[in-house]
Design a protein around this ligand. Structure first.
Ligand code: PEP
Length: 250
């Protein structure tokens, strides 16, 4: 059985003070749950958030990283730095990074390999744009992104990953893929993985859905057999919404 994983991607929101207030409230409201909860604050809040999460059942993730351990890469953060702070997860290849910061399947692949090498679990984002969906090439797009991101990994490494299927047209728009459409794409991603890495890796890998997930649609989405959690943007910024999504996922 795959454990559900609900990760909050705060994007470029919350200063340290706001993050501390959020976590205090979250720890008060989130009881024990079989769902794995993760928060992914901006880099500036990672260290204080790591402190505030000590002794809790909430894991820490970053939103990006460079693939090198160290070096002359102004403005970048390395996998070792994230590990030192206490990150367990790192979001890689988010569509906003692909769209605004030139991330490619090749750079995502380098980051995935570096994350695994340094003991971080990548949450790899894939998903089609509206034009691509309307052109009927959703499967082709997610297959290319998935195989590109996983290039060179072993089945054992693939088994431990998290993949987030995030249709770009559903991110931050209030439009959610229907549970049927999301299930169909998630199942297809699992098939792509099974074809390349075998049934055991495909059965083990966790595949989230992301795109305007809210407390009201969490249950329908999470009850699909190939949806193993959610990557949540906007609704992860309010404690009641984030807790509502986690509670409604079961
Ligand atoms: C995201 O950015 O990963 C995301 C899913 O955002 P939202 O939930 O706001 O659509």
């Amino acid at each position: 059985m795959r454990q559900l994983i609900i990760a909050g991607n705060w994007k470029m929101h919350k200063n340290i003070h706001e993050a501390m207030e959020f976590l205090q409230e979250l720890r008060g409201k989130l009881g024990s749950t079989p769902v794995e909860a993760v928060v992914c604050p901006p880099f500036t809040a990672l260290a204080p958030v790591a402190e505030a999460l000590k002794g809790s059942n909430i894991a820490l993730g970053a939103q990006n990283m460079h693939w090198e351990k160290q070096g002359a890469y102004t403005g970048e953060v390395s996998p070792l730095m994230l590990r030192e702070i206490g990150c367990k997860y790192v979001i890689l290849g988010h569509s906003e990074r692909r769209q605004y910061f030139g991330e490619t399947d090749e750079s995502v692949n380098k980051k995935v390999k570096a994350a695994l090498e340094h003991g971080l679990v990548p949450i790899i984002c894939v998903g089609e744009t509206l034009d691509q969906r309307e052109a009927g090439i959703t499967e082709q797009v997610v297959a290319t992104q998935t195989t590109g991101a996983l290039e060179g990994l072993t089945p054992g490494q693939v088994a431990g990953l998290v993949i987030a299927y995030e249709p770009v047209w559903a991110i931050g728009t209030g439009k959610t893929a229907s549970e049927k459409d999301a299930q169909q794409v998630n199942r297809y991603i699992r098939k792509v993985i099974a074809d390349q890495y075998g049934a055991a890796a495909a059965e083990a890998v966790r595949i989230q859905y992301g795109g305007s997930v809210k407390p009201g649609n969490a249950r329908a989405l999470m009850s699909q057999p190939d949806i193993d959690g959610a990557l949540v943007g906007g609704a992860s910024l309010q404690v009641d919404d984030f807790v509502g999504i986690i509670e409604n996922s079961l």
